[in-house]
Ligand binder design. Structure first.
Ligand code: NAD
Length: 437
């Protein structure tokens, strides 16, 4: 199959590269010339483990190329995927579909011969109808079928997720589109990946329902963690105790500073807005959004409390800025609210992240960036672990105790256990475990 991938960000670049690796002929398009220039020079515009090698191999095999020129890529394609961003619209929280519709218009002008246009971006239910309308209006003659194929990969584990997905969801309104998408994903059937073919609207909504459910699960365990702190229970054991029940499942039951990232915050909000417009508010998700928003800022208060009630004039070392490990993505990372909250309370913040510091710099003011965890901790009154990068899972606590001015360790990811940290003289605060608050 000849495939054009419109948008070469976290999703487009990984999906395009993996599809090339399946043996398809893929052109990744992006309107950002810096991204395409970097890719053509063999440099990755994002950090994603294993991506550089997979890109290099497929480029070398002649199956993968990068361009800013949408027209020829689309004209030659059997299938065109739209993988552009759908951020929250400023002001009202609806999904901003301007990039999707702009891509649809450009695609309409370029299509040649029967082409399946597939929306991979996360888009509100009904967007496929609008994409189809736009294309038909501009090119009534075009032989186009519009399908939905939401993406479920996780940053940091994106290649494995794309190649071994739990399921592939295809929303198609006709047999031709279904056939093309089945052919594209055929290499995955060897891995027994189930393909679920639904109507287009169902596929669109499935993506939001999945993200809202996962966000709810995280928020649920976070509230249970708060309760644990008040009543002297241990959230990690509660999570294990419920997670071993197959009906519940153990994943997404790690209490922490609240969910962030480029998907959950905007997708839960967009679902709330869609449901309100449809006259069937999803009140549970509305509450999840509100609880999670408050939680991030509450984490700053937790640090202040751990420091004895005031951080004015104190230096706080923050380890981990990205919303999760193994990515450089800073979009809606809890670290942003936590650091701002600490600064508002009068603290000086020093931070270190293995991959996220470049992306963090334009989003945070007056933060000093360190070379590594120990450099970050040097002279600090308190150390806060915000993201559980591997590099922070086995810190030399004796060395930390030596270089720090204070002995406060706030572990917002429950990486350490009480006894071992206290042995080094630290006041240790974690989430939802005895002595956490
Ligand atoms: P991103 O911002 O990393 O990438 C989007 C890219 O599209 C950018 O490089 C931008 O320059 C490019 N672009 C925009 N308009 C274009 C146009 N007309 N022509 C060519 N290129 C254009 O975004 P992302 O994180 O890859 O997310 C893309 C979509 O996938 C979103 O809808 C998101 O919700 C969804 N999604 C993301 C993830 C994730 O983990 N990031 C997972 C599943 C789904």
């Amino acid at each position: 199959m000849r495939i054009a991938m419109i948008g070469s960000g976290y999703v487009g670049l990984v999906s395009g590269t993996c599809l090339a690796d399946f043996g398809h002929q893929v052109v990744c398009v992006d309107k950002d010339p810096a991204k395409i220039e970097a890719l053509n020079a063999g440099r990755m515009p994002i950090y994603e483990p294993g991506l550089d090698a997979l890109v290099a191999e497929n480029v070398q095999q002649g199956r993968l190329s990068f361009t800013t020129e949408l027209k020829p890529a689309v004209a030659a394609a059997d299938a065109v995927f739209i993988a552009v961003g759908t951020p929250s619209r400023r002001g009202d929280g609806f999904a901003d579909l301007s990039f999707v519709f702009a891509a649809a218009r450009e695609i309409a002008e370029a299509v040649d011969g029967f082409t399946v246009v597939v929306t991979k971006s996360t888009v509100p239910v009904g967007t496929g109808d609008e994409v189809e309308r736009i294309i038909r209006e501009i090119r009534p003659d075009a032989e186009v079928s519009v399908a939905s194929n939401p993406e479920f990969l996780r940053e940091g584990a994106a290649i494995g997720d794309f190649k071994r997905p739990d399921r592939i969801v295809v929303g198609a309104e006709d047999a031709r589109a279904e056939e093309v998408l089945r052919e594209i994903y055929r290499p995955l059937f060897l891995n027994q990946a189930p393909i679920l073919v639904t109507g287009r609207r169902t596929a669109e909504l499935t993506k939001y329902a999945a993200n809202a459910f996962l966000a709810t699960k995280i928020t649920f365990i976070n509230e249970i963690a708060d309760l644990c702190e008040q009543v002297g229970a241990d959230v990690q054991q509660v999570a294990r105790g419920i997670g071993l029940d197959n009906r519940i499942g153990a994943k997404f039951l790690h209490a922490g500073p609240g969910y962030g990232g480029s998907c959950f915050p905007k997708d839960t909000l967009a679902l709330v807005k869609t449901a309100q417009d449809a006259g069937t508010p999803v009140r549970l998700v509305e509450t999840v959004v509100a609880v999670n928003d408050q939680r991030k800022r509450a984490m700053a208060r937790k640090v202040v409390l751990a420091c004895g009630g005031s951080v004015r004039g104190k230096t706080i070392a923050v380890l981990g800025l990205t919303f999760k490990p193994n990515t450089d993505d800073m979009r809606d990372a809890p670290a942003l609210s936590i650091i701002t909250g600490l600064q508002d309370a009068g603290a000086q913040v020093r931070a270190y992240d293995p991959e996220g510091m470049e992306a963090a710099k334009p989003l945070l003011r007056d933060v000093a960036y360190a070379r590594d965890a120990y450099d970050c901790a040097e002279g600090a009154d308190a150390l806060v672990i915000v993201t559980e990068w591997n590099a922070f899972r086995a810190l030399d606590l004796a060395r930390l105790a030596q270089v720090m001015a204070g002995r406060v360790l706030v572990d917002l990811r429950n990486v350490y256990d009480h006894a071992s940290v206290q042995r080094h003289g630290f006041h240790y605060v974690s989430i939802g475990r005895p002595g956490s608050g």
